[in-house]
Ligand binder design. Structure first.
Ligand code: TMP
Length: 215
């Protein structure tokens, strides 16, 4: 049983991009930020892991192939610590001053990668993550759904060498994809699921249409 209940910020707008590797989250997050800024809004574009000083060290540990094997719980706690720090130092202050916060990955990434991917107990893991974040939830999560084979091929074309998580098996990445889709299915009011295989322009237009309804 998860003991907390969802909290939605009552000032600012909290938006999140989620999905597997190579789905174009960062591109779409930037496009959305530019679109919102062009209408005069304050936008904070951020990401997990690694948007704070402590987070950057955590990012090196969890993603560097030199780290090698980590106990599943150690990995989950490191990602959770990055989230707590990110919320405290970056996300909450921006929401408090009324900004639109767009984060590239958040709690769902951990539920999908450490939960569905690593097969940690889902309820225990969720309790840790909700505790780490005070159960603050995005007003909307955009899930860019991508076939892992296609996404990883795209990653291989763009960067040399896979990181610790990208280097996991195709089976792992398939479980992650299923984990994301299950989360979206369970709470359709707070998710927009889009096929990452669409053109950059058509995906951006669909995101703008949905976000426009929240403004
Ligand atoms: P990215 O910043 O390039 O998207 O890489 C972050 C990687 O870390 C990506 O493979 C997903 C993974 N990840 C987790 O496993 N758990 C998490 O909580 C987060 C935020 C990311």
């Amino acid at each position: 049983m998860v003991l907390s209940s969802p909290v939605y910020a009552d000032s600012g707008l909290f938006l999140c991009f989620e999905g597997g590797e190579g789905g174009g989250k960062s591109t779409q997050a930037k496009l959305l930020a530019g679109w919102l800024e062009s209408s005069g809004r304050e936008v904070l574009l951020t990401h997990e892991p690694g948007a704070t000083e402590v987070g950057r060290s955590i990012r090196t540990i969890v993603l560097s192939p030199e780290t090698g094997h980590l106990d599943d719980r150690t990995e989950a706690l490191l990602y959770a610590a990055d989230k707590a720090e990110h919320l405290d130092k970056v996300v909450r202050p921006a929401l408090d001053r009324g900004a639109v916060v767009i984060t590239d990955r958040y709690v769902d990434s951990s539920l999908a990668y450490q939960g569905a991917g690593r097969a940690l107990d889902a309820v225990e893991l969720e309790s840790v993550l909700r505790w780490a974040t005070g159960d603050l939830r995005p007003h909307l999560t955009v899930l860019l759904d991508v076939d892992p084979e296609a996404g990883l091929t795209r990653v291989d074309e763009l960067v040399a060498g896979r990181d610790r998580i990208e280097g996991e098996s195709l089976e792992f990445h398939r479980r992650v994809r299923g984990g994301f889709l299950d989360l979206a299915t369970a709470d359709p009011e707070h998710y927009l699921v889009l096929d990452a295989g669409g053109s950059i322009e058509s995906v951006a237009a669909a995101i703008q249409a949905r976000v426009g309804m929240l403004l």
